[in-house]
Write a protein that binds this ligand. Structure first.
Ligand code: ARG
Length: 460
């Protein structure tokens, strides 16, 4: 039985195991829609260039319509014998429309076909993910707006450092996800180039019109070297790198959510629908979603490594190795899609416990830097001010009190420059409000930053 497209060349069939080993149809069938889209553009170009007839084109279009319907309603018979999505569809087309179907592959190879399919698939995925990133940013911005004035301790080395507003803290993630969107947009430029026309590797003897195909498929331009066109997977690697960074940001945020939700910290609660209980400990409410997202970050980073490793030893041009690009890529898209969707929803299900945040900010001498800055403004060199405040903190540690608990006379012992107005400076509100410049934590700046992000998001 000659079911394979090249069987005339072979004297024996491959074993079932080899067939299964080399087949990709069970995962690449998700490219069916873009494969058909690419074939229709190719066929239209062939007809316009008089390489196939108008009636062949019409037959191909009718057959593809039928195939799309069969795939949609689940009646399409995907065959392992036919190896991949491309051969499955082409074979069915030929069953349906005869010779016209056999003419479709004129001037084309699966090598440029699959490269085109992945690019079409990835372009759509990038557009979807861009919207999901915008939704997550919007959810975080909305929460930030409610908490432009809510104060919590900012940490360095996991030690209380300086007070910050919770809105400001959330906006740090909004910045990260904003850069992620920029990276996706930049990657999209290199995704959006047409490989078709490269054929197997050297181009084709037919008078094809690649610009027309590019235009029909919405590509910005063609790939300019046929060898590169069929073997380049940079665009997929770039995408996975951008995706790994998205997940890295998700993972950092997850880590904070887990810490904040820990009863020892108690800064937030996460809506029940994102948490699960324990099968043994009845009291538990675990932040499973952020923990799992943190775990899935490893998987996406792994996919990036897979693709880099897949490419590093490949000579030009196409090699079968490239069939291995799909599962990591698809899983990256799926993982990111689900994660972003869930996180946008989860961000709206966060309850902030402002009292606990405030209480924590009051511990750990978070306003010590403010006292030093105060002395500098009164003329003391910063290093001397730092030293004076360090002494004051040391005394407070011994006494077990805060800087603002010291009397004016006690404070004056550290520097005669300290006056009554220091007590305003030492408040949490005074501290955050004083950081009132672009990028600072002052509530006023948080609101300005929110307005800027909202304006950006309006264009997405
Ligand atoms: N299934 C193959 C892939 O995903 C299609 C290209 C196959 N080309 C070839 N010459 N074997 O890469």
């Amino acid at each position: 039985k000659k079911s394979e497209a090249w069987s005339a060349r072979f004297s024996e069939p491959v074993s079932d195991l080899v067939k299964r080993y080399t087949a990709s149809v069970f995962f690449d069938k998700r490219l069916a829609a873009v494969d058909i889209q690419g074939s229709l553009a190719h066929a239209e170009m062939l007809a316009r260039q008089n390489i196939i007839s108008q009636s062949d084109l019409a037959a191909i279009q009718g057959g593809m319509q039928q195939i799309s319907t069969e795939i949609a309603d689940g009646s399409f018979a995907w065959l392992l014998d036919l190896e991949d999505v491309h051969l499955n569809i082409e074979k069915r087309l030929t069953e349906l429309v005869g010779d016209a179907g056999k003419r479709l592959h004129t001037g084309r190879s699966r090598n440029d076909q699959v490269a085109t399919d992945i690019r079409l698939y990835l372009r759509a995925a990038i557009d979807d993910l861009t919207l999901l990133l915008a939704e997550l940013r919007l959810a975080l911005v909305d929460l930030a707006e409610q908490h432009a004035e809510t104060i919590l301790p900012g940490f360095t080395h996991m030690q209380v450092a300086q007070p910050v507003t919770f809105g400001h803290h959330l906006l740090a993630y909004v910045e990260m996800f904003g850069r992620d969107a920029e990276r996706l947009a930049d990657c999209r430029k290199r995704v959006n180039r047409l490989p078709l026309g490269a054929a197997a590797l050297a181009g084709t003897t037919f008078p094809i019109d690649r610009e027309l195909v590019a235009q029909l498929l919405g590509f910005d331009e063609v790939c300019f070297n046929s060898l590169d066109a069929v073997s380049d997977r940079d665009f997929a690697i770039e995408f996975c790198a951008a995706a790994a960074l998205v997940m890295t940001h998700i993972s950092r945020m997850s880590e904070e959510l887990v810490i904040w939700m820990s009863p020892r910290v108690g800064f937030i609660d996460i809506a029940d629908r994102f948490c699960t209980g324990s099968s043994i400990m009845p009291q538990k409410k675990n932040p499973d979603v952020p923990e799992l997202a943190r775990g899935k970050t490893g998987r996406v980073t792994g996919h990036l490594m897979s693709l880099l490793t897949l490419m590093k030893g490949q000579p030009l041009a196409y090699n079968k190795d490239n069939q291995e690009d799909k599962e990591p890529l698809f899983d990256t898209v799926d993982t990111l899609t689900d994660t972003l969707r869930i996180f946008a929803d989860m961000a709206r299900g966060i309850t902030v416990k402002a009292d606990a945040m405030r209480a924590a900010a009051l511990q750990g001498y978070a306003t010590a830097t403010d006292l030093a800055d105060y002395l500098v403004k009164k003329g003391l060199p910063f290093r001397d001010a730092h030293e004076a405040v360090a002494h004051a903190v040391r005394i407070c540690v011994d006494k077990g009190c805060d800087l603002s608990d010291l009397t004016l006379d006690q404070l004056k012992a550290f520097s005669p420059l300290i006056e009554q107005d220091i007590y305003q400076v030492l408040t949490l509100e005074g501290s955050v409000a004083a950081r009132d410049h672009v990028g600072g934590t002052a509530p006023r700046q948080v609101r300005l930053a929110i307005a800027r992000v909202r304006a950006q998001l309006a264009d997405v």
